[in-house]
Design a protein around this ligand. Structure first.
Ligand SMILES: Nc1nc2c(ncn2[C@@H]2O[C@H](COP(=O)(O)OP(=O)(O)OP(=O)(O)O)[C@@H](O)[C@H]2O)c(=O)[nH]1
Ligand SMILES: [Mg+2]
Length: 284
């Protein structure tokens, strides 16, 4: 398929902004999408945080494959505190807050030694659309940060005061380049890259190929797909969803958008595109 390109101009500026923001906080919540933990991990971003403690939050667990999520949680947890959650459901804030004493133990020890009690400040960082603003709303108990189901909703940084700590919401930060095209495709599937710069039909073909390899039963259940070449599967999606145009031609474009929408809304079922055993040491 066509190479996924990213235009780094404003992302270079975004990386600089993140570096400045990291200097203001006691720790970082690095939000990953549980459906693609490796693709949503930005190594260059993590480097900017230097020695600041990082808590990895595997979000959108309701859309991901449970076994894969737990394997990633164990892998990431070897090097840093990590937690899984569904920011749109009850309980996410409590799960994250329960990890803060471990994350901030040095700050709390230092404060205690000096007889101080400054509320911790945390930077919430990650790739576009992973749920940063939704996590912040869950933790503040109010809809303070704007959220939306596309990449690039948060435009500038914003402090949100919560009970006992302060959170800094930031715009999604992309790596300046995609060295690994398989991982770039995962970002495209889950909606972390703006659809306007993507070739949607070729993305659909690649997605069908990956799903046929890892989750054939989900394709069978939703579209009646029973194996075959990617193009034949694609045409079956057109047939199953009734995307035909005059003369019996297939409406590939609409079918591709419907397939992506089914995936992103969880109608296809719970899917994870990566396996922890292929990413040993990757998050360190
Ligand atoms: N199913 C599900 N959807 C979620 C979850 N967390 C967030 N979302 C949805 O994902 C979309 C993106 O959430 P945001 O909080 O706006 O993501 P963001 O990381 O702040 O995005 P940018 O500001 O664009 O970088 C929204 O439609 C949320 O409702 C989750 O745990 N499960
Ligand atoms: Mg946001």
């Amino acid at each position: 398929m066509k190479h996924i390109q990213w235009f780094p101009g404003h992302m270079t500026k975004a990386m600089r902004m993140m570096e400045e923001s990291a200097a203001l906080v006691d720790g970082v919540l690095f939000i990953l999408d549980a459906r693609a933990p490796a693709a949503t991990f930005n190594k260059k971003l993590k480097k900017l945080f230097g020695a600041k403690p990082v808590l990895f939050v595997l979000n959108k667990c309701d859309l991901a494959d449970d076994a894969a999520t737990d394997a990633f949680l164990a892998e990431i947890g070897k090097g840093a505190p990590a937690v899984k959650c569904t920011a749109t459901a009850q309980g996410a804030a409590g799960r994250i807050a329960a990890k803060l004493p471990e994350l901030l133990k040095d700050k709390f020890a230092k404060d205690a030694a000096r007889g101080m009690n400054r509320p911790p400040r945390l930077l919430v960082a990650g790739i576009p659309n992973t749920g940063k603003s939704t996590v912040i709303n869950a933790m503040s108990g109010q809809k303070r940060a704007v959220t939306g189901d596309k990449a690039g909703v948060t435009r500038g940084k914003q402090w949100i005061r919560c009970a006992g700590f302060e959170l800094l919401d930031t715009p999604g930060t992309m790596p300046p380049s995609f060295e690994d095209q398989a991982l770039a495709r995962h970002l495209a599937y889950i909606g972390s890259i703006n659809d306007d710069i993507l070739d949607i039909p070729s993305l659909a073909l690649a997605l069908l190929e990956e799903l046929a390899a890892s989750y054939p039963a989900l394709l069978a259940a939703r579209y009646g797909i029973d194996g075959g070449e990617p193009l034949a599967m694609y045409e079956q999606v057109c047939r199953a969803r009734g995307f035909l145009i005059r003369g019996g031609e297939f409406d590939y474009e609409r079918a591709a958008r419907a397939l992506l929408d089914d995936l992103r809304k969880g109608r296809l079922g719970r899917v994870t595109f990566e396996r922890a055993e292929n990413f040993r040491g990757y998050f360190a």
